[in-house]
Write a protein that binds this ligand. Structure first.
Ligand code: SER
Length: 320
């Protein structure tokens, strides 16, 4: 029986992944861990919750022992734009937090899922059909921590046999918890603004293509990879996974099919624009498809339909 710990469980991916894991493996078997932000009632009432900062090894050890954890989904991380503003914090959380998780996994024989990111690529990477194995020389602190994290996870597998697995997530779009300080966040905010105000000011420029994915596919990626036959995985930590690629004009055009009066203008943020320009336009995720059957369900049209429906209902109930 799996006994799972989720770090970053109050965050954008963690809040939904925790509920999905509880559904699949039993609520009592999935411990949600947050650092500071109070969990939603749904998260707190549906299973165990602990305040545990991944940089606090003592507290993390206590939780692993208390619940006899055998699998860690390590979602706690600082995203790219915040990492550029606070590089020291990003190093501490993204590297030292991961190191703690890997050491715990080594000692207590846990499997580990850790997301890497499109941010693990950089300006010298081929940006179209970005291969699974290619140049990775990112020039952001976020990217530095993600590449180091991929390598560290590979090392713990090779050296200690820790069952580490991971994907390079693209921008993740969801309608439950907002992302916190990433470069791809515009593709979430645009739907909220379209519903609330029918207009949006975009901080990335037209023509800036990035890989993206709807949350249900992101959750399936994590769960399916952890269930996959380990003997078939050649790229354990950091499979390219994508579901769609678009630029701001592309997503706005699809929103306009549902809300014809929707308008968008631009106020480009040089920091996030600079980051986005070093990330792939679209990744080749054939290794994930071949090695563990990755297959996304949502494209831009299908995701937009669902996002606008869910957010429209929330708006009507006064919840936005
Ligand atoms: N969504 C993340 C970010 O923008 C990319 O991994 O930072």
């Amino acid at each position: 029986m799996k006994r799972i710990m989720v770090t970053g469980a109050v965050g954008q991916i963690g809040s939904e992944l925790t509920l999905a894991l509880r559904e699949r493996y039993g609520a009592d078997n999935v411990v949600a861990c947050g650092r500071k932000t109070a969990p939603s009632a749904e998260l707190k009432d549906s299973g165990p919750f602990e305040f545990a900062d991944c940089t606090d090894m003592e507290k993390m050890t206590e939780v692993v022992k208390k619940y006899k954890i055998d699998t860690i989904h390590h979602l706690a991380a600082i995203l790219s734009a915040v990492a550029e503003a606070k590089p020291q914090l990003a190093w501490n959380v993204n590297i030292n937090g991961l190191y703690n998780v890997l050491e715990l996994a080594r000692e207590h024989k846990c499997a580990v899922f850790t997301p890497s990111s499109i941010g693990a690529f950089g300006p010298s990477t081929p940006l179209d059909d970005t291969p699974q194995d290619t140049v990775q020389r990112p020039n952001t602190m976020y990217g530095v921590t993600k590449v180091a994290g991929e390598l560290l996870c590979d090392y713990y597998f090779k050296r200690y046999g820790v069952d580490t697995r991971g994907v390079r997530y693209p921008g993740i779009i969801s309608n439950v918890t907002l992302p916190g300080g990433g470069t791809t966040d515009y593709a979430v905010a645009i739907y909220y603004e379209a519903i609330k105000n029918k207009k949006f000011t975009c901080y990335l420029d037209r023509g800036t293509f990035l890989d993206m994915m709807y949350m249900p596919d992101a959750i399936n990626a994590a769960m399916d990879l952890m269930e996959a036959d380990g003997s078939k995985l050649k790229h354990r930590n950091a499979f390219n996974v994508s579901a769609m690629s678009f630029d701001p004009e592309g997503i706005a055009a699809v929103i306009r099919k549902h809300i014809p009066e929707f308008s968008m203008d631009y106020d480009v943020d040089p920091v996030r624009q600079g980051i986005a320009e070093t990330w792939p336009n679209n990744m080749d995720d054939s290794a994930a498809r071949e090695e563990w059957g990755w297959k996304p369900e949502f494209d831009l049209e299908k995701m937009s339909e669902d996002m606008l429906k869910v957010l429209g209902e929330k708006h009507a109930k006064g919840e936005l």
